[in-house]
Design a protein around this ligand. Structure first.
Ligand SMILES: NC(=O)c1ccc[n+]([C@@H]2O[C@H](COP(=O)([O-])OP(=O)(O)OC[C@H]3O[C@@H](n4cnc5c(N)ncnc54)[C@H](OP(=O)(O)O)[C@@H]3O)[C@@H](O)[C@H]2O)c1
Length: 310
């Protein structure tokens, strides 16, 4: 039986690396995985992990693919010896943290290029063949930051909101072609993401006013708490990719955790945005939350909005 050919972007670390390993070492041996990396010099961790996991020979191949470069995407596609990709995983992504007004144009452009234009480039390279063959699965690593705005993540959220529109539009169009698009919506995941932020870890603050710096400190404390309480291991998240991959009728969205669904629902049930903005502001910035749930991103209590927002 032909193996399922999977190509994944962004496999030097994190979710991409673990998904490549999980599929290549699947006991069914039904996957041939093309794990792609922006820079092949970063293949060490994946190669070593594949060895220690005992991935069978021929189950995993590494290719260079920089999503910012259409030629690099085309070259990777040409090196898929089976001549087809059954499952495309658009996973490459980069974050940007800090007040919007201090972000350098280059950093903003780079994050949009990787997260949005890079995903578009990858899809443009692989979708035509899937449509022609009338078969294919596309899995895209989504984020809570694509479903709700998060302070100090404006550009990252803009990029991930764009991915939502991109995928939803394609998901409506493609079923007659036998092609299905699914977003794997991740909450916080323990990966190198925070260290690999555009502009370096910690986020840009140079030139920000004192009040914004203070809010940023509170945001960082909030982020630490959320990671401490709710971060998932990439292994847990890769199982959600597998569930999407195995589904005979894939949904548009799969959630790696249910923790943030109350906020997702809140945005839908109050389209004015008042409830969400008030709840998120309180959850992130309240010095001493009135109660536990107000501090909890996953279950904010809706009290009167903070004065600043009334
Ligand atoms: N970690 C989280 O909390 C979290 C939450 C929600 C969603 N996500 C999403 O999950 C995805 C994977 O992130 P991660 O958490 O696994 O973090 P990660 O370990 O930093 O992985 C990101 C991957 O994307 C790659 N990448 C960056 N720029 C690229 C480019 N131009 N071309 C090709 N690959 C590129 C990185 O490669 P290099 O090492 O070469 O830069 C790296 O392999 C991202 O789309 C991210 O937005 C993460």
């Amino acid at each position: 039986m032909d193996r399922t050919v999977v190509l994944i972007t962004g496999c030097s670390s994190g979710i991409g690396l673990h998904l490549a390993l999980r599929l290549a070492s699947d006991p069914s041996r039904r996957f041939k995985v093309y794990a792609t990396l922006r820079d092949l010099r970063a293949q060490g961790p994946l190669r070593e992990a594949a060895q220690s996991r005992g991935c069978p020979p021929g189950s995993l191949e590494m290719l260079q693919l920089d999503v910012r470069d259409a030629d690099s995407v085309a070259a990777a596609r040409a090196r898929v010896t089976e001549g087809r990709v059954d499952v495309l995983v658009c996973n490459a992504g980069r974050g940007l943290l800090g007040p919007l007004e201090v972000q350098e144009a280059g950093a903003v452009g780079s994050v949009l290029d990787v997260n949005v234009a890079g995903t578009v480039r990858t899809l443009q390279a692989f979708l035509p063949d899937m449509k022609r063959r009338r078969s294919g699965r596309v899995l895209v690593t989504g984020s809570m930051g694509g479903l709700m705005g998060l302070p100090f993540n404006a550009v990252y959220c803009a990029s991930k909101f764009a991915i939502e529109g991109l995928c939803e539009s394609l998901a409506v169009l493609l079923p007659p072609f036998g092609v299905h698009v699914s977003l794997i919506e991740c909450g916080p995941v323990r990966t190198a993401f925070q260290e690999k932020l555009e502009g370096g870890p910690g986020g840009a603050l140079d030139g920000a006013d004192a009040e914004t710096r203070d809010l940023f400190s509170r945001y960082q404390r909030h982020l630490e708490r959320i990671f401490h309480e709710a971060a998932q291991d990439p292994e847990e998240v890769t199982e959600v990719f597998l569930a999407a991959l195995r589904s005979p009728r894939p949904a548009l969205r799969y959630f790696s955790t249910e923790r943030f669904l109350p906020l997702v629902r809140m945005r839908l049930t109050d389209p004015s945005g008042r409830s969400y903005v008030a709840a998120m502001h309180r959850a992130v910035f309240a010095e001493e939350p009135a109660d536990e749930s107000a501090a909890d991103l996953g279950g904010p209590a809706l009290g009167p909005p903070p004065a600043a927002l009334q």
